[in-house]
Design a protein around this ligand. Sequence first.
Ligand code: ZN
Length: 311
Amino acid sequence: MKILNLLRKEYARVVYSSDYIYGLPSVGDHQTFDIMRFKKIRDKLVEEKLLTRKNILRPYLCKYEELRLVHTDEYLRKLQNPQYVSNILKLDAVNLFYESILEYYRAVTGGTLLATAYALKNNVPTFNLGGGYHHAHPDKAEGFCLVNDIAIAIEKFRQLQRAKRFMVIDLDYHQGNGTLLYFKDDADVFTFSMHGDTWVEIDRPHNLDILLPHACDDATYMTILEKELPPVLESFKPQVVFYVAGSDVYEKDAIGDMKLTRQGILERNLFVYRLVRDRRIPLIVLAGGGYGKDSWEVYYDFIAYCLKNKR
Ligand SMILES: [Zn+2]
């Protein structure tokens, strides 16, 4: 059995840390947040023998110098103030959670960095069980995103000269406005976002922003995605792709108003996965949003499939 496991081809890897359960607590304004979402995914993957605990990649906490690659010193100083964090996260009892919440964001960002390093080195698709904080700006938090892990990863690996052309495919229910604005004048980063609500409008050559119809269903969603994404990937020719596989497009999501089924989202995710992997482009997958008690199963389906199947 052990030998069989050793011989088994590695189709995908998973990044997770026990710090990931210290995210926003499900209290007050955050009833829809399932703090155990990613632990549930890890537990089920282990239970189904798709993953062993030994095979999980464990991140370090993102360092201050890494946060500074994107965020301003002034903003990072503000994050040291529990009252500031309390206000932006709308948490009353922030003093109880303050340290752990900051550590949570640093851990998940460390996870995105680790996933990027692994995917670039081994060209094996790597899933972070978290991440995709696409609303965060260099100088302010937004939409419960304190730090922009995607932008930090792109800046870090660009600095290390590990890649030059980056693409972000963001299919979360919400527009990836923080990432979009951050890279708006950057010819080497293409941001593609399809979403149910628009936070900012901007015209530029290196992005594609698509607002989907209200109560969008599987068929409508896939028709638009299949038409819009392949030509962009083909013409931009990224050397690495970050995919924000938000689950809040799910019909059972507690926040989003789309009507995608669980099977429909798996098909969406596999469409992106195959499109990128058929071109042998290193792929980093980030969880993005997903609210309510059923949300975890959506990301689970995607990872489980990719651990079992080559394409
Ligand atoms: Zn979202």
